[in-house]
Design a protein around this ligand. Structure first.
Ligand SMILES: Cc1ncc(COP(=O)(O)O)c(C=O)c1O
Length: 458
């Protein structure tokens, strides 16, 4: 197979994009308080802020939209989604939600008590935010290789199972309402978790009677990595691997805006009937009736179609190949990235690219700002802006181990020439890197500050 397989589709509808002049980009940045989230999308040329909800739906998904049944209760579209959910995930019960964090919020509000611990390989920011908001303590027990940027190991998203078991013994199972694993590990580079690791994690949680949940946003990409990298899975389809993975867990949630290639949607699925009843009641208060969650019937249709498309091997080969292509181009320019490339994004090591900027002045933020100013490219900081937080016991600021910038690739949206442009822009930034300065925060909310905080140059 080709290293970077060509798109298994052709383009039938286009959306114009424009690179506005540098002076206008500078003005836009100032007005946005140097926070890329506050820049109007029309002022962005290549938008790699996120792969969430930004994918291009297929002709099959658009035609599914027309089949949407908008009945309040028991819509035909719900049953279509249910049959796909049964086929792929195999849980007893599920509810649709409007996106991933709605599922996290419901789960956290039902299961987390003040002081509860919730282990994972690495929680994503919205998961952390929801767990903390319920008084919980999210704990990341990723394997040590995850922090060695250049180490090329196949499953850098794996959980450290020794640490997990010791942690459970130390904190006691009764203080751990549920445990998780995130596939792929977005906060740590979009890195996959092996089947063997998921199985071991599941058996540890089971040994201590702790319910096991999978944050499954990018499960299809994870399954493809298992097929390509884990001995014994060569002849399994991504769908078969998915079934094997989810049969090990007690529940899962998903932001369907990722691997189901829809612009909105998610779900929360469980096997426990009592928990499902509680979830349904919470859902009715917050999202909607249990057969539609926060979605329209047409969204349920597109989601059902997208879940199956997102597992197609030709699509996954192209998708993972595209990320690998951008990674190679950027590496050729001499920028350290997390290796090997993950599934949905390239992660630039801003900490080592800009060593003159201390963590308290946000090297990742400085690099995202430079990418926009130089080339109208929007990425996202995944470093101290996102993750630094006060220790709940001492109040001392705990900084994350890595200062990264994530360039996430929307699904089926950008071509190879767009990716070449991104790599060329990065080359220009490297030439000027000594002149790039840090930032200080002038406004921040209490939780998930990276979305709305404002900066000025330090
Ligand atoms: C691993 C992971 N979990 C949860 C979420 C939250 O999903 P949503 O943005 O749909 O609320 C995301 C979103 O990026 C994610 O990457």
């Amino acid at each position: 197979m080709s290293k970077h397989p060509a798109e298994p589709f052709r383009i039938k509808m286009v959306e114009p994009i424009e690179l506005i002049p540098r002076s206008q980009r500078e003005k836009a940045m100032k007005e946005a308080g140097y926070n890329l989230f506050a820049i109007p999308a029309k002022d962005v040329y290549i938008d790699l802020l996120t792969d969430s909800g930004t994918g291009a739906m297929s002709q099959e998904q658009w035609s599914s939209i027309m089949l949407g049944d908008e009945s309040y209760a028991g819509a035909r579209s719900y049953f279509k989604l249910k049959s796909v959910m049964d086929e792929v995930f195999g849980f007893e019960y599920f509810v649709p939600t409007h996106q991933g964090r709605a599922a996290e919020n419901i789960l956290a509000s039902l299961l987390v008590q003040p002081g509860s611990y919730i282990p994972s390989n690495m929680h994503f920011d919205t998961t952390e935010g929801n767990l903390r908001a319920a008084g919980g303590r999210p704990v990341n027990l990723i394997n040590a290789d995850a922090f060695d940027i250049s180490k090329d190991v196949p499953f850098k998203g794996n959980m450290d199972t020794k640490k997990l078991e010791n942690f459970i013994i130390e904190k006691k199972p009764e203080n751990i309402p549920f445990g998780c694993i995130t596939i792929t590990n977005n906060a740590g580079g979009g890195q996959p978790v092996s089947y063997a690791n998921i199985k071991e994690v599941a058996s540890i949680y089971k040994k201590y009677s702790i319910p096991f949940f999978i944050d499954s946003c990018r499960f299809a990409e994870n399954c493809y990595f298992i097929k390509m990298r884990e001995p014994g899975f060569e002849d399994h389809s991504p769908l078969e691997i998915a079934k094997m993975i989810f049969s090990l867990s007690d529940g899962a949630w998903m932001s369907a805006k990722k691997d189901a290639i829809v612009n909105i949607g998610g779900f929360l699925a469980v096997n426990d009937e009592n928990l499902f009843q509680d979830i349904s009641n919470a859902l009715i208060l917050r999202e909607g009736f249990p057969t539609y969650g926060g979605l329209a019937g047409r969204d349920l249709e597109a989601l059902a179609t997208g879940l199956i498309e997102g597992l197609q091997e030709s699509y996954l080969a192209y998708r993972i190949g595209q990320t690998a292509y951008l990674s190679e181009k950027i590496k050729e320019k001499g920028v350290p990235i997390i290796e090997p490339p993950g599934g949905h994004a390239v992660y630039l090591d801003a900490g080592s690219l800009l060593p003159h900027i201390s963590q308290s002045e946000f090297p990742g933020q400085a690099l995202t700002a430079a990418l926009y100013l130089e080339g109208g490219i929007r990425g996202v900081e995944i470093g101290s802006v996102m993750f630094a937080h006060p220790d709940p016991d001492t109040g001392e600021i705990i900084y994350p181990k890595l200062e990264l910038v994530r360039l996430a690739l929307p699904r089926r949206v950008y071509t190879q020439s767009h990716l070449d442009y991104v790599a060329d822009t990065i080359e220009k930034i490297i030439e000027k890197r000594d002149a790039i300065g840090g930032y200080k925060i002038t406004y921040q909310p209490k939780l998930m500050r990276h979305f709305t905080c404002r900066f000025e140059p330090a």
